[in-house]
Ligand binder design. Sequence first.
Ligand code: 2IT
Length: 444
Amino acid sequence: MDVKKILADLKTKHPDEPLFLQAVEEVLDSIKDYVKANPKYDQYKIIERMVEPDRIFTFKVEWVDDKGQIQVNTGYRVQFNNAIGPYKGGLRFHPSVKLDTLKFLGFEQTFKNSLTTLPMGGGKGGSDFNAKGRSENEIMRFCQAFMMELQKYIGPETDVPAGDIGVGGREIGYMYGIYKKLRNENTGVLTGKGSGWGGSILRPEATGFGAVYFVQSMLKTQKKDIKGMTVAVSGFGNVAWGAATKATELGAKVVCISGPDGYIYDPAGMDEEKIAYMLELRSSNNDVVAPYAKKFKGSKFVAGKKPWEVKVDIALPCATQNELAKEDAEKLIKNGVKLVAEVSNMGCQPGAIHAFQKAKIMFAPGKAVNAGGVSVSGLEMSQNAEKLSWTAAEVDAKLHQIMASIHENCVKYGKEGKYINYVKGANIAGFIKVADSMIELGVC
Ligand code: 2IT
């Protein structure tokens, strides 16, 4: 495999897709030796076939705001690869969303879903809709307008979307409601549904909980425990909430959360009341964390900065792609960080990853660490297919099993002497299943 040539060709073809190119480069870099040692992948042109999405839909979303003004947004669905199962992956609603964003996420999702052990292909979608300052009714109307178009391309055996940034239980509800009305069926075409209407009881917590289970496995390789450790979390959405909840429950001290406005430093650590307040902040649609410092004495708000300057044992980026730069990594390393686990997709810039690896700091990529979310989505699909509802304890036990198996696979393919290269391990393990399936399925 000529990595340089494949990347150069992709760059010529998609010069305006830096995120997609970044995601591809990371994967190709870490699998190249494995591919070289197994010539069948070159023979079947697997890499060239994997970097090209199966198909992409772009559509117009028209809706009317509370003032009676017509609004127009762009909607997308990228169906990346369905070699191992129906396309599966979230919908992101954020003003920054472009095709580039969803191609990078769909590519990552293909490897992540392969790692989960469940039969799910990779896809991603979303829109440039901005919920900030929008009323409940406006959000509902947008979701309905978006689904009126998206429903043409998805189905319970074809493509099963879920949430991502800007899409939580509320948005899934509005989209599922209109889907049911249009199609007159109850097949669970979205995951992340409410527990009363086909959803998995543990889906809201799953990404954050799974991430902390993965961190526990990482720590165990060095005979360490999360109990008593300090943790910096970035973001304050659903994923950050799940991670803060589980880390706190296991005896860690979560001292930071953050938003687009800056970060909160709370040396006493978070507790149940503080964690619950994150959800209140999120549902206000204002996208700020500053009010936390007013509400909880002893904490402070640091405007315009990221939490990576705080001395902590564990850093969990839970906000968005490329949120942790090389300089941030250097600060964390200088302050003695022991472990960094990406919970956001591609949360760390390449320079940051190299810095952690060079300093032999335990580091794991999003596609392994945050795979608990889509795993529980996969379990929700199973429950819908068999028309059953499982208890939280059943789902949690399966989530534990899946995260342990992902960790095991990362170690199997990522061991470099005493150090575990989780990036390499996750990429190779994720690659093998999809690549071998593509060969077995023929050129089609
Ligand atoms: O990035 C992700 O894995 C998600 N946004 C969740 C996807 C899913 O289908 O649950």
